[in-house]
Design a protein around this ligand. Structure first.
Ligand code: G3I
Length: 386
């Protein structure tokens, strides 16, 4: 039964998915499972928002967003306020991203956009997440020719001190370091070879956490990572490496409080194994760490074009994933990487081969709820209370 109360014929579903199987994107077993999922109606009860449903279970629901979108689309801004209890600036707290230049030069900060986002959050009583202090992909153009082994520590200290101090007491959590494990880089410690590692050695991680803790003792300090969700050798290796890093950091009393699991989900050719994922989450929690699902969305480029079929598969992916991770009570927050399909990064970064607009998020481009919204709502409604 879809939103308009029409049964989607099983033939249409199989045809839609059959095309998928034809491109080898879905194993037969997953094809059948997807069809079974598609019989679900994803019904929700009551009128509570996503954040209200999350709060009833002691959880936080939020979304990433950008000043450029919030300031230009009142309908979207209203949807963020109505659905979320937390906001994470997608661009504005990075060294540089999109049209935002927080760090225009080695000795300057431009807090205009970051302040705007912090004020939006405060005005609408939203928790604010800082993303991200140390990430190899958001370094400004001047970084490479300016930063060297002699000044790197001072530049990192200046950045963290100035940015974290400015919003101290207003930040729910900081992604202190982002995407720092990369087994393919071949190091014994599985650290990603980034400019910070090359300039400061592995202790850049300890330093970043200690500097952030000193600048804002109230914020939850997070290591944020992707590629931890699926049952395949590459992600199993990465989960093991992440656990080893977390153990090392905890053994050295580094002030790390949580693991951020980005959860950019990509159905089609990845095997989801709830038992394996729950084991990983249990090990992380066993280190005394909290867990945040920090960038949840569903890449739909390998799914059928038919919106009715695609939306149902995406909803099933959301419900299967969240019902698994929310069983772990150390999981304290679920944040989608955007709220509306209109502003998803996937439009540019993971476009569909048929160029059809992507549909990864809870709201469509016109801010209307989709089955993904229902699936997230149901997962919160069925989650154990924290
Ligand atoms: O849309 C403009 C395009 O019109 C313009 O021609 C082009 C030229 O620069 O830029 C395009 O904007 C880009 C934007 O992505 C599109 O969404 C920005 O340059 C680019 O900086 C921006 O990248 C962001 C990326 O992080 C790097 O900061 C994405 O918005 C953002 O969604 C992405 O988010 C990351 C998280 O921070 C970390 N985890 C992975 C996640 C996805 O990559």
């Amino acid at each position: 039964m879809n939103k308009r109360g029409k049964f989607i014929s099983r033939r249409k579903i199989l045809f839609g998915l059959g095309g998928l199987a034809a491109v080898g994107a879905l194993a037969t077993k997953q094809l059948v499972q997807a069809v079974d999922n598609l019989k679900k109606d994803f019904q929700v009860t009551g009128k509570l928002s996503l954040s209200q449903r999350a709060a009833k279970k002691g959880l936080i629901y939020g979304a990433a967003s950008r000043k450029i979108d919030l300031s230009s689309n009142p309908l979207y801004a209203a949807a963020i306020v109505q659905n979320c209890s937390l906001l994470v600036p997608e661009w504005e707290f990075k060294w540089t991203a999109g049209n935002v230049r927080l760090r225009p030069s080695p000795n300057r900060f431009d807090f205009t956009a970051a302040d705007w986002m912090a004020n939006f959050a405060a005005t609408h009583n939203l928790l604010l997440r800082g993303h991200t202090l140390v990430w190899h992909e958001s370094l400004p153009p001047w970084f490479q020719k300016t930063v060297n082994r002699q000044n790197a520590e001072q530049i990192l200290e200046n950045h963290i001190h100035a940015l974290v101090k400015r919003y101290a007491g207003k930040i729910h959590s900081w992604d202190v370091v982002n995407e720092i494990i990369q087994p393919k880089d071949g190091r014994r410690d599985n650290l990603r070879i980034t400019p910070w590692l090359q300039l400061l050695g592995p202790n850049y991680i300890d330093l970043a956490f200690r500097l952030t803790a000193a600048a804002d003792p109230k914020a939850l300090l997070v290591y944020n990572e992707y590629g931890l969700d699926y049952d395949n050798p590459e992600q199993e290796t990465k989960r093991t490496a992440v656990l080893k890093l977390l153990e090392r950091l905890r053994a050295k009393s580094v002030p790390i409080h949580a693991l951020g699991i980005q959860a950019h989900l990509s159905p089609g050719d990845n095997k989801f194994n709830p038992k394996k994922l729950r084991q990983f989450l249990h090990h992380v929690a066993g280190l005394g760490l909290k867990i945040l699902i920090t960038e949840l969305d569903v890449v739909d480029k390998k799914l059928p074009r038919d919106i009715k079929v695609r939306d149902r598969i995406i909803a099933a992916v959301y419900e299967d994933y969240l019902s698994t991770v929310l069983e772990e009570k150390a999981v304290i927050a679920v944040i989608t990487w955007g709220l509306s399909d209109r502003y998803s990064w996937l439009n540019e970064f993971e476009p569909r081969p048929d160029r059809a607009p992507v549909r990864p998020l809870p709201l469509d481009a016109q801010m209307q709820r989709k089955l993904a919204w229902n699936a997230i709502a149901r997962a919160f409604d069925n989650a154990p209370k924290r």
